[in-house]
Each structure stands twice: as structure tokens, then as C-alpha cells.
Design a protein around this ligand. Structure first.
Ligand SMILES: [Zn+2]
Length: 146
């Protein structure tokens, strides 16, 4: 019986040791868990500050994008204005030729005097009087003289 009792006591002692070891391990685990929780909490606050930073970056990015869009629009407007100016300049350059043409045509045209009936008188030398008739310089001079 004694031997059995000793044996049982030894077993208990062993079990207690094991339990103590487990308790020790549990305490270590608890500590580890606390550390992990601390790290997690730190990570969360880091993530939070990362998010904040990201938000700020996005805000400044969108501000930058807006500024860039405005600058692009301005550039486009300027380009459009420049193009318009170029078109106007081209029109101005072409304008004298276009204007010169109808001016040259009446110069080449001739008419007849409504007074003496002479034909092929240069339009330069014909004068339209108040009644709307065309007078050659001779007839005009005579009319004014008479
Ligand atoms: Zn005449």
C-alpha cells in the first residue's frame, strides 16, 4: 500500500509540476497576447494615421488635379484663342487680296455718259450726279460752268 501511495504521490507531484508549467506557459501566453494586443492597437493607430495621411495625400492630389485641370483648361483656352488669332491673322492677310479684287473690277469697268452718250468712259471719269445719272468730266464741267 505504501508503495502505491508513494507512486500516487509521485504522480500527483508530476501532474502538479505539469500544471505549474502549463500555468507558467499560460502566463507567458497571456503576456504574449497582451503584447500582441498592444502591437495591434499600435498598428491600428498607425493604420489610422496612415489613413489620415492617405486622405491628406488624396486631398492634395485632388487639389493638384483640379489645379492641373484648370491649368489645362486655361492652356486649351489660350490655344483656342491663339488658333482664333491665327485664323483672324490669316483672314487679315487674305483680306487685302479679297478686297483688292472687287476694287480692281470697277476700275476696269467702263460706262457711258448719260449726257453726251459717249461710251467706254472709265468709271473713274464718270461722276454720278444727284439725279443718279452718270456724267463724263466734260459734261460735268459744262453743267457746273453753265
Ligand atoms: Zn458727257
Amino acid at each position: 500500500m505504501n508503495r502505491q501511495l508513494e507512486h500516487a504521490q509521485a504522480q500527483y507531484a508530476e501532474q502538479i509540476d505539469k500544471l505549474n508549467q502549463q500555468l507558467q506557459q499560460q502566463a507567458e501566453y497571456t503576456e504574449q497576447i497582451e503584447q500582441l494586443q498592444q502591437q495591434l492597437s499600435n498598428s491600428q493607430s498607425e493604420i489610422e494615421s496612415h489613413k489620415q495621411a492617405q486622405k491628406q495625400i488624396q486631398q492634395s492630389l485632388s487639389a493638384e488635379q483640379q489645379a492641373r485641370a484648370e491649368a489645362e483648361k486655361m492652356a486649351q483656352d489660350q490655344a483656342a484663342a491663339r488658333e482664333e488669332l491665327a485664323v483672324q491673322l490669316t483672314e487679315l492677310k487674305e483680306a487685302p487680296a479679297a478686297v483688292a479684287e472687287p476694287v480692281e473690277q470697277p476700275l476696269a469697268q467702263t460706262g457711258s455718259c448719260d449726257c453726251c452718250g459717249t461710251n467706254d468712259i472709265s468709271m473713274d471719269e464718270l461722276t454720278k450726279i444727284d439725279s443718279g445719272h452718270l456724267f463724263c468730266s466734260t459734261c460735268l464741267a459744262e453743267m457746273r460752268g453753265g
